[in-house]
Ligand binder design. Structure first.
Ligand code: ZN
Length: 293
């Protein structure tokens, strides 16, 4: 299944059109994706049995560009992000590979939908294409072999980053530098784990103004999705709706020779095999976010 937050309502995106989950189920299910993410097995069973009518015949490709797409999860309890999780990216940043996952947060007010604009906040605003994992159920001390059963599904993510603030002092400051308004677009929807059974075999790429700068595969992660989920749960309780950015491959602007950063008007397209793509345009700071229903 693909579950989107479209115009503020939980919406299933099928090949033949979209379904408003709350309306089609007669109120049995919530209109909030944040609630549904812990109930996906029930939603799937209902979908198979009730075979509700689509309400809109928009194709997935059409929905993917809809300005009404919001963050797949509006208010995650925890937003994890993993740094330096691809060898080639650690090398281009001139940083040593971590021996344990290097985890920080992207504050939740930076979350945005798949087609959100984002501000250029300094002369060093940079891109990072990332696989985003959404957690389905509570867990502590989850074994690696069991870890993917705690996952609801996957999204495409952009970990937009202000390198100026990030590298201002020593040690580097990741969390704030990656949490400006709309610096965490993800989506376009959640693709569930019955569709994506192995998250570590997906091609991942990023284009700026149509030029490809990142082109890698999630198989190159230092720590796999299962290892990351297991590791996090050895320290904190993971919970339904938590999200995790899993790190960027090489090819970010900072690693370019010479370094290359985003300017107003640049268009960033991020794609992951089987999950769809994001389309984000760089704008002046202080822009008015288009109002979401
Ligand atoms: Zn990142």
């Amino acid at each position: 299944m693909r579950l989107a937050n479209l115009n503020g309502r939980a919406t299933l995106v099928l090949d033949e059109g979209t379904i408003d989950v709350e309306k089609a189920s007669g109120g049995r299910f919530s209109s909030e994706t944040d609630t549904l993410v812990g109930q996906l097995d029930y939603v799937r069973a209902w979908l198979d049995e009730a075979k509700p009518d689509v309400i809109d015949f928009a194709t997935p490709e059409h929905v993917m560009r809809d300005p009404g797409l919001g963050p797949v999860i509006n208010q995650p309890g925890q937003v994890f992000a993993v740094g330096l999780n691809y060898r080639t990216h650690a090398a281009e940043m001139g940083l040593a590979l971590p021996t344990k996952p290097m985890v920080f947060t992207k504050f939740s007010s930076s979350l945005a939908g798949a087609n959100a604009n984002f501000p250029i906040v300094s002369a060093k605003t940079d891109w990072e294409s990332e696989l985003v994992v959404v957690i389905a159920k509570r867990g502590r001390h989850v074994p690696i072999d069991d870890a993917l059963t705690y996952v609801a599904g996957y999204c495409v993510g952009q970990d937009l980053s202000d390198r100026e603030l990030q590298m201002l002092g020593s040690p580097a400051q990741f969390s704030l530098a990656k949490s400006y308004q709309n610096f965490s677009p993800f989506g376009p929807w959640l693709t569930t784990t019955d569709v994506i059974t192995n998250p570590n075999i997906l091609s991942i790429s990023c284009e700026v103004n149509g030029v490809q700068y990142q082109n890698s595969n999630t198989s190159d992660m230092v720590f796999s999705v299962a290892q990351l989920v297991s590791y996090l749960s050895s320290i904190v309780e993971i919970r339904p709706g938590d999200i995790m950015y899993t790190g960027s491959p090489s090819g970010v602007g900072q690693g370019h020779k010479p370094p290359l950063f985003l300017v107003v008007g640049d268009v960033v397209d991020t794609t992951i095999e089987g999950l769809g793509s994001l389309h984000n345009v760089a704008v002046e700071p202080g822009f008015q976010e288009s109002s979401r229903p």
